[in-house]
Design a protein around this ligand. Structure first.
Ligand code: UDP
Length: 327
């Protein structure tokens, strides 16, 4: 019996595949490589290059590898892109996930760990977000994921397909040979590090008039290896018959955009010039997690709590691989 990992060649997916391999779990990766990198997946792991929309291939893979559990990462993940092209986000993130769930039902695979996001909450009403906070996504990306959460609840009630939806806060960090490589890059930490590498002249700060301490947006930055670990614990939870859950994964600490850039300056010893820019559409002012539920239900606690260390791990990856997986 293998675990099927969709999007296993992506940033968080490949970190999770590495963790599954480390614990000796049979795994098969299913990825169309539209965003992911073949080199991010260990060569010994079976790799199917195919699209989620190819339901015949999906069904064949589920049966051939005798899959009972799925971890579903494959999705588009850029907030600004989703504002411009919501059609792509609803199709790839929502409609294609529905096709995956129906293929799982046909194949008798009845457990799924789903990549959800802090973007399901929208503008916060409390400093720290509990899972029960109202869900009013501020952008199409968050909405595309929230739709799936509701579908998953409905499928559990109707078909007994159980899920853990993991709501990631801001994934970051890396390992010496595994890291973030998006094209185009839109995320704060890799962009700051690209400036330090001389690949960009400056970093833009999107909005300095938010109702936060220094006026820039506050986020909760969580190391990708801590996220990976939570997926293994979520599989175990489902395996032992645990109920469907929606669970936050964050560090519980908020850092503003300016604070993150300062950390990047300290880590890289580069001045990283910044340029003021207008607010980016779809950005809530603050997203900081309560991860109490992840601890209580999964026994999860992040190991990388210091932002300097997290950014240093990303910096090591970027320095060693300035052109990402092409290097
Ligand atoms: N951000 C920024 N400049 C950049 C990239 C991001 O000011 O070049 C801000 C962005 O507006 C948000 C925060 O950094 O407030 C984190 O953005 P990111 O895209 O990394 O993650 P998101 O929170 O959108 O998932």
């Amino acid at each position: 019996m293998s675990v099927l990992v969709t999007g296993g060649a992506g940033y968080i997916g490949s970190a999770t595949v590495a963790a599954l391999v480390r614990r000796g779990q049979p795994v098969v990766v299913y990825d169309n490589l539209s965003k992911g990198h073949r080199r991010a997946v260990p060569p010994e792991v079976p790799f199917i290059q195919a699209d989620l929309a190819d339901s015949a291939r999906l069904r064949q893979t589920l049966r051939e590898f005798n899959v009972s559990q799925v971890i579903h990462f494959a999705a588009f993940t850029s907030v600004p892109e989703s504002v411009e092209r919501p059609d792509l986000y609803f199709q790839n993130n929502t409609v294609n996930t529905l096709a995956l769930l129906d293929a799982m039902r046909d194949a008798g695979a009845d457990q799924i760990v789903f990549s959800s996001t802090a973007s399901v909450y929208g503008e916060p009403r409390t400093e720290i977000l509990e899972e029960t906070h109202p869900k009013q996504p501020a952008n199409p990306y968050g909405l595309s994921k929230r739709f799936v959460e509701r579908i998953l609840e409905t499928y559990d009630a109707a078909f007994g397909l159980r899920h853990v939806a993991l709501r990631y806060f801001n994934a970051c960090g890396g390992a010496p040979d595994r890291g973030e490589d998006h094209d185009p890059e839109t995320h704060l930490i890799p962009i700051a590090l690209q400036v330090a590498l001389g690949q960009r002249p400056h970093i833009q700060v999107f909005g300095a008039d938010y109702p936060t301490g220094d006026g820039t947006c506050v986020r909760d930055y969580i190391h990708v290896d801590d996220l990976a670990e939570a997926h293994l614990l979520a599989l175990d939870h489902l395996e032992r018959g645990g109920a469907s859950e929606q669970i936050n994964l964050g560090n519980g600490r908020g850092y503003s955009v300016r604070q993150v850039i300062d950390v990047a300056r300290a880590v890289t010893r580069h001045p990283i010039p910044e340029q003021a820019a207008p607010r980016r559409a779809g950005d809530p002012s603050r997203l900081v997690a309560s991860s109490r539920k992840a601890h209580d239900i999964l026994g999860w606690r992040p190991r990388h709590v210091n932002l300097d260390d997290i950014v240093a791990s990303a910096w090591e990856w970027h320095r060693r691989h300035p052109r990402g997986y092409e290097d």
